[in-house]
Design a protein around this ligand. Sequence first.
Ligand code: PLP
Length: 402
Amino acid sequence: MKIIQPAKRTEKVTYAIRDLAVEADRLKAQGRKILNLNIGDPNVFDFVTPKHMVDAVHKAMLENKNGYSNSMGIDEAREAVVRESERKGIHATKENVLFSTGVSEGIDMLFASLMNPGENILTPTPGYPLYIASVHKFSGVLNQYMCSETNGWQPDPDDIRKRINGKTKGIVVINPNNPTGALYGKKVLHEIIEIANEHNLIIFADEIYDKIIFDGEKHVPMASISGDVPIVTLNGISKNYLSPGWRIGWMTFSGSEKSFVEYREAVYRLARARLSPNHPMQFSVRHALEGPQDHIKETVRKCQERRDIVFRKMNEIEGFHLTKAKGAFYAFPGFDFPVKDDKEFVLGILREKGVLVVHGTGFGWEKPDHFRMVTLADPHTLSEACEKIGEYAWERFGKRKK
Ligand code: PLP
């Protein structure tokens, strides 16, 4: 029989975070002990979904809420998101809230509905790889704007301006950012809003880590300051509410309704075509957003302590440098060794030291001189992992880049 050929558009669809795990699994099958610091899944470490959320889902399941839900999501959850938006200073209505199978599915529906082949949506580098994958999946052209390490990994508005062309349809802003943990100030957010306004672009504000913020700083919800500019805020329970396996996310359209109404309808058409998001898990959302929030304080405390350890360790080891994360649970250290292929570099760390981190180019970063480490493990494990990474680099290269 002839070989079945996959569609061309899948060729560039990669997801570095999980692609590397294939090699880690192979080593585990040989009996090796591997420390996975590749996936941002708090439940793999010492973080547990709040019990009142589990109870709400359990109750829904026992009440046989196990059929399909409304394609947009259940009213109770959509209304809870409206109230949450109002608390954040975002004007939202139930009709503008759509639930999805995690923010991941939301990104796919949003990109599929906006981008014709050959068009582009500006995405940050470094940035979350799903955005890159989604651009390729829908035959778009990758167009990445720089976040500047020397400026605390803040987005560079001049670079955004330079990259806009006749085929640009939107701008993605991930705040706090994955992989850098950077938290964006009002000034840069206003500048991006201004650019979007000048060029008639829609903004995608991915704020999935907005409650995991360190050092007493405040997160600024982009849609609370964007006025009439059309904006889709993405959020969910995966990270703030420690339940990534439930696959519940949502998007909220705001700004001038006239400008986004046709686009929103296209997204909703796709949503109807995929029937419904996970039904019973949606019953956790009201309880998550409006029930006890104690776990957030504890999560922030633990993540900040772990952030501090990795920040100190990676800056102590010669040849490495790390900007302090202000939110989320990642570190994106740079290194100064003559590495040509950063994927080989992290595979080397994995094979020789049993620590799995992800190469920086997997986050759209162009130079092979960074990697991302998940900072959710306990302090001792993290400290040991940093030392092993340092040992590997010194054993392998002996000296730093000139
Ligand atoms: N957006 C960002 C910035 C992420 O880091 C992640 C997961 O790591 C997601 C979206 C995916 O979220 P979900 O679990 O809701 O699909």
